[in-house]
Design a protein around this ligand. Structure first.
Ligand code: MOS
Length: 744
């Protein structure tokens, strides 16, 4: 326990929003009820490409309680430029516009909205809307359309073209030992528990209130006012709770567009809720083909890395991922070459899915490393250690911190890696073949600009706020901890508000950057308040702090007290009361400290160890044990941090063994768009998962020393499991998911 009761940083505090969530008090976007609410149901295109020749809503409109059917024929005239539709995190291209014209560009595209007195009625009425299409040929199969593949440009998004170095082809040809193999990651969908929903309240008021499921209220607000041409202050977007996002809510989705349009046109509150099937029409992790070629010396020193990948995107936007740079980053190797292309298809645009690019790229790289270890007759962990990079190999810069070595060591020890018999099929338990595999992982430790506001009352109650999100990551909790610790207040006296455009600006919650970015803003604004409180504490009559400076005091247990003599203290409430101050309110925006960060690279790292049990007769794979050792800087809350990694490991099990969105290329349609056929891990798939946070001090990265943990946990899981399956069976499956038909 901490020596100071109000120092909450690093403490396993339970979620401050936990009670609200388990008691149902927490309200989600589709649960805000208002009188006169109408229900919208989106009509989805059944073809992948073509035109809407005719759309006839007359039968639907005959039903009592059906208020309106919106189609491209009667939707309002809106903004015309691509820019208006381009949200904060849009890839390059021309964003999709719902109900804009008669074009159909992907199967499942919203082509209409029925608005009725109930959701059931709207859904039924939608079946009565007759649509005649002019069908045009579509292309949805990346492998059949490689001829159209192009090299994407760097745009506004995080995509960076990795820099090659040396002469990889020559080094590969000359290497003593080589492997070259192809790996396939299929299309996957995020499938958070909560479906997308928007409740738009418009009663002729000045402000239209939008309750939307999103990872970024500011992004949604800007999107709406740009498209609908209303002043920003007329649109307030609220999203206090989000039932999982994983990236699917980074961009505004069509439910909010449709609900906003309908509410504005019909001048009444409207809610649009998507079905589970429609959750497959919002974006996905793109199917990606990869080839990794590794050349090494007999001693296992890497001489050449050639990493090629082909991903898929829509025809209207160029969604590029950082699949490749990891191969240049992680290991010492003088000769590295990359090739990345995108195939444009008649699908909707992919969208970031937990560790976008990295989950895909590490799967291939770390499987290839395992194949190389087998070829060299070397322990897979030893091979990683022999090529361990102390510096960022892409940039030639030192890391602000990198404790991957400690991850390897502590993970291996906890797992019992030293007891591994390297021979495939050498470990068994009756009919079950046992396999042990491992993989490395990395993710970028970003920091973005963020703002926060703090208000401290004379009663010692502190409210801090920022327009960020909590998509289940624990934002509410860690921000409350940071604020309480900075001002030395009991955590019960601190409230953190988020998910409201009325609050200080923050970026989308994504990229694992919220803890570092919003956390730094919260710390900063609370420090400003702290200084004001200190001045008041010094000004009280006979203040024991009169001659002290800010550096001489701590804020703890509701008091400002001298570091060298804790009996010399002034209560925060007393300081404010005697100063005649009812409240202190401050707002600050903070950016990364570039002067301090210059010359460094910032990454989280992890080592994942997995044990599988494969049924020899049936080919079924069970992940019986995972140890994930993570270096994520300072861990603000080991409980919520562990939950992040646990969830990510579970998602990684899904990626390795279960998840695949199957496109029927004849129809150009995802055919398993439901939970019966799109499999995600359930309780029975989750066994022993252990999470280790290795100690990692980072004085450079940000004032908190925290790196963010949302993505790192999934990055190495698929490779570790694939490598374990090989070790168990002697069979190398290079296409995810590893289903029993591929194992047999
Ligand atoms: Mo994350 S894929 O940036 O929500």
């Amino acid at each position: 326990m901490p020596t100071v009761a109000t120092d909450y940083i690093g403490q396993p505090i339970s979620r401050v929003d936990g009670l609200a969530k388990v008691t149902g008090v927490a309200k989600y976007a589709g649960e805000f009820n208002v009188p006169g609410l109408a229900y919208g149901y989106a009509i989805s295109s059944t073809i992948a490409m073509g035109r809407i020749h005719k759309i006839d809503s007359s039968e639907a409109l005959k039903l009592e309680g059906v208020f309106h059917v919106f189609t491209h024929e009667n939707s309002p005239t809106l903004a015309l430029s691509d820019d208006a539709y381009r949200d904060d995190v849009a890839p390059t291209g021309s964003p999709f516009r719902p109900l804009h014209d008669d074009r159909v560009v992907y199967s499942g595209q919203p082509i209409g909205l029925v608005v009725a007195a109930s959701l059931e009625l709207a859904r039924y009425a939608a079946t009565l809307v007759r649509v005649e299409y002019q069908v045009e040929p579509h292309a949805t199969d990346p492998l059949k359309n490689l001829g159209e593949a192009y090299v994407p440009e760097e745009g506004k998004t995080e995509y960076k073209k990795p820099k090659p170095r040396g002469r990889a082809q020559e080094a590969f040809a000359a290497a003593a030992s080589t492997v070259a193999a192809e790996y396939i990651v299929p299309m996957e969908h995020h499938n958070p528990m909560e479906p997308y929903a928007s409740t738009v309240v418009w009663n002729g008021d000045e402000v239209i209130t939008v309750y939307d499921k999103t990872q970024g209220v500011d992004n949604v607000q800007r999107y709406l006012y740009k498209i609908f041409g209303c002043p920003p202050e007329q649109v307030r977007v609220i999203s206090p709770f989000v039932g999982g996002g994983f990236g699917s809510g980074l961009r505004p989705q069509y439910e909010v567009f449709l609900a906003f349009m309908a509410a504005r046109e019909l001048k009444r509150p409207v809610r649009v809720t998507l079905t589970r099937q429609q959750m497959f029409s919002l974006g996905y992790r793109p199917a990606t083909w990869q080839r990794v070629s590794l050349g090494a010396t007999k001693e296992g020193r890497l001489e050449a890395i050639i990493h090629e990948a082909i991903g898929e995107t829509s025809r209207y936007e160029s969604y590029a991922e950082n699949v490749l740079p990891w191969s240049g980053l992680l290991y010492q190797c003088a000769n590295v070459q990359f090739d990345y292309k995108l195939v444009p298809l008649d699908l909707c645009t992919p969208i970031d899915m937990r560790a976008p690019g990295a989950a895909t790229g590490f799967y291939a790289l770390e499987c290839a490393m395992d194949e190389l270890a087998v070829k060299l007759g070397m322990d897979p962990l030893e091979l990683r250690l022999r090529n361990y990079a102390e510096q960022d190999q892409n940039e030639g810069k030192p890391f602000s911190s990198k404790e991957l070595r400690a991850c390897y060591q502590q993970g291996a020890e906890r797992f019992g890696w030293a007891r591994r018999n390297p021979t495939p099929r050498s470990m068994r338990e009756g009919k079950k073949l046992i396999g042990w595999g491992m993989a490395s992982a990395a993710w970028v430790a970003f920091q973005t600009k963020a703002a926060a506001k703090a208000a401290l009352t004379q009663e010692g109650k502190l409210t801090v706020s920022s327009a960020t999100a909590d998509i289940g990551t624990g934002t509410y909790t860690i921000m409350t901890q940071i604020a309480a610790s900075t001002l030395g207040l009991p955590i019960e006296d601190v409230t953190f508000n988020l998910g409201d455009t009325a609050l200080p600006e923050a970026e989308v919650e994504g990229g694992s950057f919220t803890a570092a970015s919003v956390g730094s803003a919260v710390k900063n604004v609370c420090e400003v308040v702290r200084e004001k409180v200190f001045r008041l504490a010094q000004a009280v009559p006979n203040s024991p702090l009169a001659g002290a400076s800010l550096a001489d005091v701590t804020f703890a247990e509701g008091k400002v007290r001298l570091k060298r003599d804790a009996t010399k203290a002034v209560a925060i409430t007393a300081a404010m009361r005697q100063g005649g101050v009812n409240a202190i309110e401050e707002e600050r925006s903070i950016e990364p400290d570039e002067a301090k960060r210059k010359g460094y690279s910032f990454y989280t790292h992890a080592a994942t160890f997995a044990e599988v049990k494969v049924d020899e007769d049936f080919g079924t794979v069970r992940v019986s044990r995972v140890v994930s050792a993570v270096a994520g800087g300072r861990i603000l809350n080991p409980k919520t941090a562990r939950s992040q990694v646990l969830g990510a490991v579970v998602m990684g099990i899904g990626m390795a063994l279960e998840e695949e969105s199957v496109v029927d290329h004849n129809l150009g349609r995802i055919v398993n768009h439901n939970f019966a056929e799109y499999h995600v891990p359930v309780e029975a798939d989750v066994r022993d998962i252990q999470v280790i946070f290795v100690e990692e001090r980072d004085e450079i990265i940000n004032p908190l020393g925290a790196k963010g943990l949302g993505e790192i946990g999934i990055v190495g899981v698929a490779a570790a499991i694939a490598n374990a399956v090989y070790h168990a069976t002697g069979k190398r499956v290079r296409e995810l998911p590893i289903t029993l038909d591929k194992v047999m």
